[in-house]
Design a protein around this ligand. Structure first.
Ligand code: FAD
Length: 439
């Protein structure tokens, strides 16, 4: 996605302020007499760990106000890195304390205080489980939906037990003002987790959708069309995505993100194309017309403004064409004359989505479409192989050309195109990318 440095700096400022808040509260108010250095470091590592863990709940909650400017995909990458950091802090906290003062082992001794010993041991195990199941979910054959539910429950347990532990140790948190401030700060993060997992689906109940069409299409994919049921729909910008749930209730473990590829001028009818990747996407073509559906969103900052004059180079691979089709449809609806170049990569001719529509759009718009096939048929006269810097240079004739770039496709394509753009010193604010592999 496109990152603006000023927004990023402001965002990081807010993030670090909130992360350091538990530690700051402990140090600023009613500071008790200092103990040995190792003990102080160990205790503060714990407070920092609590701050990082509480912020993990905020980062991962799909809160648009928090993701604005930095993008949901970047946030999730950040969430992953900070998760590892939090785990190290949670481990370093008791290890440092025990090295500095072996008597702290009493905290884990069941004979001393059973509840405390159990909850602290469970805290260490739960934090480790959070990390292990996230890093090795696929190797552990853990289905995404079950992993997500487990992840939410473990996170709730870890942060609330961590808060309880910090309050009960009552060293830095001996005074009531610190206790209350800490409980409010960490409690707010816990409430945001409950909001995203419970209250948000509840709010969706007032805005149902109906499946108008679900049909298998060429390219091993299903086209899904949803109509708003007695409401005005979901306004979205071309290129955004939404989380879809099918069935009578929005409280389902099965919730999947798909790019909305309909024209943004009609928010009451949303179209999606889902490539058959696993159980959910393969079952989509069997969904009956009239089935209840729920749409959470829109999300994402991978968006193009059809009314601006800014030229654009669009690079797509496979189903990565979906958000780009929405951009092109919206440009056609606004009769945009901006110069557009689409480089669209697929493994073979049968995998190409929207072939006919792309031809029509190239007649309506100032758009050149270049199909690139890895395994082309014998009579193919177009481009072969993969999209790389050389191929992009070939179709961008003038050196004064200064377009925005939009890249969406499988990870190898994204990595190759992003690195080619960096090598060509394309300013970062001109590069927009969307990754479909959030987890
Ligand atoms: C922002 C975004 C936009 C997307 N847009 C499209 C699109 O327009 N068309 C399209 O075909 N695909 C899109 N995807 C990918 C799509 O969400 C997954 O392919 C789909 O959820 C796979 O589900 P499954 O059960 O069929 O397959 P599975 O075999 O269960 O999953 C295949 C892989 O998809 C990922 N995945 C599975 N379930 C989810 C989930 N609930 N949320 C996030 N990732 C999941 C996992 O990494 C998993 O390993 C998008 C993904 C993202 C993040």
């Amino acid at each position: 996605m496109r990152i603006r440095y000023r927004t990023l700096t402001a965002w990081l400022g807010v993030y670090f302020f909130l992360t350091l808040l538990p530690m700051g509260l402990a140090l600023i108010f009613d500071r008790p007499p200092a103990r040995a250095l190792g003990i102080e470091i160990g205790a503060l590592l714990g407070m920092l760990g609590l701050g990082v863990l509480a912020m993990q709940l905020v980062i991962s909650g799909r809160h648009p106000w928090f993701a604005r400017g930095v993008g949901q995909d970047n946030l999730l990458q950040f969430h992953r890195q900070m998760g590892l950091f939090a785990w190290l802090l949670v481990l370093a906290h008791p290890i440092t304390l025990l090295i500095a003062e072996p008597d702290f082992l009493e905290f884990l001794h069941p004979g001393d205080e059973l509840l405390r010993a159990i909850s602290l041991s469970a805290l260490l195990v739960a934090t480790t489980l959070l990390i292990v199941t996230s890093l090795w979910r696929i190797n552990m054959k853990l289905q995404y939906e079950w992993w997500r539910a487990l992840h939410g429950l473990l996170a709730l347990f870890v942060v609330s037990t961590g808060l309880g532990h910090a309050l009960m140790v009552s060293h830095y948190t001996a005074g009531w003002p610190v206790k209350i401030a800490l409980a409010v700060a960490v409690g707010a993060a816990l409430l945001l987790l409950i909001d995203s997992r419970v209250l948000r689906p509840w709010r969706l109940k007032g805005r149902p959708w109906t499946v108008a069409k679900a049909e298998q299409i060429d390219g091993d994919a299903t086209r899904l069309v949803l109509d708003a049921d007695n409401h005005k729909g979901t306004p979205f910008a071309p290129g955004q995505y939404a989380w879809i749930t099918l069935g009578d209730t929005p409280f389902s473990l099965q919730q999947h993100p798909f790019s909305i590829h309909s024209d943004a001028h009609n928010p009451a009818r949303l179209e999606f194309t889902a490539k058959h990747a696993g159980d959910f996407t393969r079952s989509l073509s069997d969904v009956k017309t009239g089935t209840r559906a729920w749409v959470e969103g829109p999300y994402g900052v991978f968006t193009l403004d059809p009314s601006s004059d800014q030229d654009a180079v669009l690079v797509a691979g496979g189903v990565g064409i979906a958000p780009i089709i929405s951009m092109l449809r919206s440009c056609a609806a606004e009769k945009s004359r901006k110069k557009l170049l689409l480089l669209y990569a697929n493994s073979d001719r049968a995998s190409v989505l929207f072939w006919d529509e792309l031809e029509t759009l190239s007649e309506q718009l100032n758009l050149r479409v270049v199909h690139v096939l890895e395994d082309p048929p014998e009579d193919w006269t177009g481009e072969e192989g993969l999209i790389d810097g050389e191929l992009m240079d070939k179709y961008q004739d003038s050196s004064s050309y200064n377009p925005d770039y939009f890249v969406c496709g499988p990870p190898p394509l994204m990595n190759s195109v992003e690195s080619a753009l960096r090598d060509r010193r394309v300013p970062l604010h001109r590069i927009n990318s969307e990754r479909f592999n959030l987890v």
